[in-house]
Design a protein around this ligand. Structure first.
Ligand code: CU
Length: 313
């Protein structure tokens, strides 16, 4: 009954069930007592009022029983909490960086992905950090949740007990596209994970080999706009999100606000570069209310992204 996708499921669900059962018993008890008293002590049958005070047995009962129940809840909660805060020494470490509005996972070997990939049956420690505002890293199927607080190094761990793909949410309201801050965790068998981690699979690290002569400029663009979080605010299909779409910007006139003055400008390569490196210089009209965050890009990554945006016509 209590098996699940991570080793925490049974503990959390048992604590939850324990509290739920107690709550239901009290809810029913109080409701029935209330109905009984309304009928039994109706004023038509009871003309005279009597007062009573001091009943040691009753007072002891309503103090001791709830205290024991609450201590029981605390016990279950604390056991689970301690387990969740005690990281096994052999845990793999992965950073989960929350930012408006996507999660980025960085592995010990430098890999970066937008889907968390972990091995089955091995403890994984997640360092939960934020690049901007409060977020919260939440995997319901594993029963874990941890706030991402700017400037704080929080962590959480889990061990997946089932292969598959599970949802990751942001559980702390973090602005306009909070509800789209969705991600996935993919649990794969350990051998498959080892291959993936060694890079022999088809996945390429974000900071992959530069100057590869075979590679077409811009071919890493689709991956980079995901890893760098651009697609949380910019679509590639023409739909305006929080920021203007990337589709068809290049080579067209854009109305921008520069130092409070509206002006028309041709979106050439120079303009795209400036928009990314100095987002505040020219604010696109109609999108000026949300500041585009400063991006941490290498020269090569910037060139790749610009080449890719140019293709999106
Ligand atoms: Cu968030």
């Amino acid at each position: 009954m209590f098996s699940g996708s991570s080793t925490f499921v049974s503990e959390v669900d048992q604590a939850f069930l324990f509290i739920l059962i107690i709550s239901v018993i009290f809810f029913l008890g109080i409701t029935f007592a209330m109905i009984y008293f309304v009928v039994r002590y109706h004023h038509k049958k009871n003309q005279t009022v009597s007062q009573s005070s001091g009943n040691l047995t009753l007072e002891l009962l309503w103090t001791v029983i709830p205290t024991i129940l609450v201590l029981g809840m605390f016990y279950y909660g604390f056991i689970g909490y301690r387990h969740m805060k005690t990281i096994p020494p052999d845990a793999l470490e992965i950073q989960a960086l929350g930012r408006m509005w996507s999660w980025l996972y960085t592995y010990e070997n430098g890999y970066q992905t937008d889907t968390l990939t972990v091995p089955l049956g091995k403890p994984v420690k997640i360092r939960v950090e934020s690049a901007d505002v409060l977020h919260s890293f939440y995997i319901p199927a594993f029963r874990i949740k941890q706030d991402a607080v700017p400037g704080m190094k929080n962590y959480v761990w889990f061990e997946a007990t089932e292969t598959g793909i599970f949802d990751i949410f942001c559980a702390e309201y973090c602005g306009d596209r909070h509800s789209y801050m969705l991600s996935l965790v993919k649990v794969i068998p350990q051998e498959e994970y080892a291959t993936w981690y060694d890079g022999t699979a088809q996945f390429a690290p974000a900071a992959g080999p530069a100057g590869d002569a075979e590679r077409k400029p811009g071919s890493r663009g689709p991956m980079l706009v995901k890893i760098k979080g651009c697609v949380a605010c910019h679509s590639i299909d023409g739909a305006p999100l929080v920021g203007p779409t990337f589709k068809g910007v290049f080579g067209h006139q854009v109305t921008v606000i520069t130092d409070g003055q509206e002006r028309e400008i041709l979106a050439d390569e120079e303009y795209l570069r400036r928009s990314i490196l100095e987002p505040q210089a020219d604010r696109v009209k109609g999108f000026e209310n949300i500041p585009m965050p400063l991006q941490n890009l290498t020269e090569d990554e910037l060139a790749e992204i610009i080449a890719y945006i140019k293709e999106l016509q």
